[in-house]
Structures are given as structure tokens and as C-alpha cells.
Design a protein around this ligand. Structure first.
Ligand SMILES: [Zn+2]
Length: 261
């Protein structure tokens, strides 16, 4: 009988009996793992903490047929404050939904794991950081990590340095300067040789934030602040950038937006 040890974050849970659950774990070395946990809800206290959503633990798993079963769990971190605020809870659910979608089964993705853990840590422990800043930084960092990193150095059309406001050419992963954008007709949704043209206006401060997120160490990717107007521009840009590349919408995101103050 195959056994393995892995750290894992509970990103989904389904109650299958009074005490039994199927949990989905996000792991650094095995990607997404679906695991059956008999007696998860009736275990001694030291185990029940590991069965909660957003709990991060070291698991001893046993494989029987096509299924993994939890043999033991050693709790590491709960991100417990997430559950005391409905807006933060809904943001964390969205983060886990996207991570679950990106992580392949049995595919190593340590970078994704680090990003999700750092993001949940901020949601749980950094109430001074606005939710939309955490959300946008997660979305843009994830898009960059997953191969959609745009060139944010110069205008992708004329090669000039960017000054002031600019535009992000979403599907081509480049910037377009203020003078070049006026040469491009109809800078809205339109089809051209199969590529959607999506140009998003960036304020200078949003651009500085995107440059920071793209290049910073993961431990410092949230070390920037934006005033209200820039934050709203930043949040909309990051969301559209990620979702257009993933070609996916999330109900958990709609819910987060519907309850946001
Ligand atoms: Zn230009």
C-alpha cells in the first residue's frame, strides 16, 4: 500500500457522512489532491483543526486503489482570522477556487503554493491591507507566474519609455503609450485575426504597483500601497488581466463583489 507525506492546504471540503469528508488539498509537490478522510469531524481535537477550510498541515496519506486516505495530520497553521469577517472569508474562497483551478493533479507547483500561503496569511493577519489590494496583487502575480507575464518596460508599439498614463494590451502582454493608443482604432472589444483587443488604462501608480508585483520577492509582493482612485484602477486591471487569460469566471468572485462594502 503506497504511502506519502506532504504538506497541504485544505482548499475545498465536502461532508460525505456525519463524520466523514472528502477534502481537496493544495500541495507543493503533488498539486491538487482529493483525499478521503473518515472520521474527520469526530477526531481528537489535534486532528479536527487540520480538517477545516484554509488549514495547513503535514499529512500522512495512504493510497488504496485510486483514492488517498488520511492516516495522520499534524497541524501547522489555520489562518483562523479569515473566518471572522465575511468579506475576507469570501476573498479567501475566491483565492482557493482559482488556485484549485490552476493546480494540476500530481503536478509540482511550489510557486503557486507559496503565493497562496502568503496571500492567505495577509487576509488573515493584515487587516490594514485593503482586500482589493490583496486580491489584485494575487491575480497579477499569479498571471505572471503562470506564463502570462507582460513586458512592462517600454511601449510595445514604439519602444519609448512610458510617462504618465498608459494602456495594457492584455492579450499581447505589452504596454501601449498614450500617443500610440490614439493611432489604434476602436480600442475596445473587437476581433482582429482571432485575437481579442483588450486595452486597459493604467494610472502611473498602477503601473508602478504592477512592476513591483512582477519582480519582487514573494515575501514582499504586497509591500506597496495605493490611494482610493488608483486602487480601484489597479483592482479592475488585475482582475481583467487574469480572467481574460484563464478564460474563466468565478462565482466566488461574484459573491465577494456582491458583499463588498
Ligand atoms: Zn508608443
Amino acid at each position: 500500500m503506497e504511502e506519502l507525506e506532504t504538506d497541504g492546504l485544505v482548499v475545498r471540503e465536502t461532508q460525505t457522512g456525519t463524520a466523514d469528508k472528502i477534502i481537496t488539498l493544495l500541495t507543493p509537490s503533488y498539486g491538487r489532491l482529493s483525499v478521503s478522510w473518515k472520521g474527520a469531524s469526530s477526531f481528537k481535537k489535534k486532528y479536527s483543526a487540520s480538517a477545516q477550510p484554509f488549514a495547513y498541515s503535514t499529512f500522512q496519506l495512504r493510497k488504496k486503489g485510486d483514492y488517498y486516505y488520511v492516516k495522520e495530520a499534524a497541524h501547522i497553521e489555520s489562518f483562523i482570522n479569515i473566518r471572522y469577517d465575511i468579506e475576507r472569508l469570501s476573498l479567501a474562497n475566491y483565492i482557493c477556487d482559482v488556485a484549485c483551478d490552476i493546480a494540476g493533479e500530481n503536478e509540482k507547483n511550489e510557486e503557486l503554493m507559496r503565493l497562496v500561503l502568503n496571500t492567505l496569511y495577509a487576509i488573515s493577519n493584515k487587516p490594514d491591507i485593503p482586500n482589493d489590494l490583496i486580491k489584485g496583487a494575487f491575480e497579477f502575480r499569479l498571471a505572471s507566474q503562470e506564463g502570462f507575464e507582460p513586458d512592462l518596460t517600454v511601449c510595445g508599439n514604439c519602444g519609448k519609455e512610458i510617462e504618465g498614463d498608459t494602456y495594457l494590451d492584455v492579450m499581447n502582454g505589452r504596454m501601449i503609450c498614450d500617443s500610440c493608443i490614439s493611432k489604434i482604432q476602436n480600442p475596445q472589444w473587437s476581433e482582429d485575426e482571432g485575437t481579442s483587443k483588450i486595452y486597459l488604462r493604467l494610472t502611473a501608480k498602477t503601473l508602478a504597483a504592477l512592476r513591483h508585483i512582477e519582480k519582487s520577492d514573494i515575501k514582499r509582493f504586497l509591500s506597496f500601497r495605493l490611494e482610493k482612485e488608483d486602487l480601484s484602477n489597479f483592482s479592475a486591471v488585475c482582475e481583467k488581466y487574469l480572467l481574460n487569460h484563464l478564460e474563466h469566471n468565478y462565482k466566488s468572485l461574484d459573491y465577494y463583489k456582491s458583499i463588498k462594502i
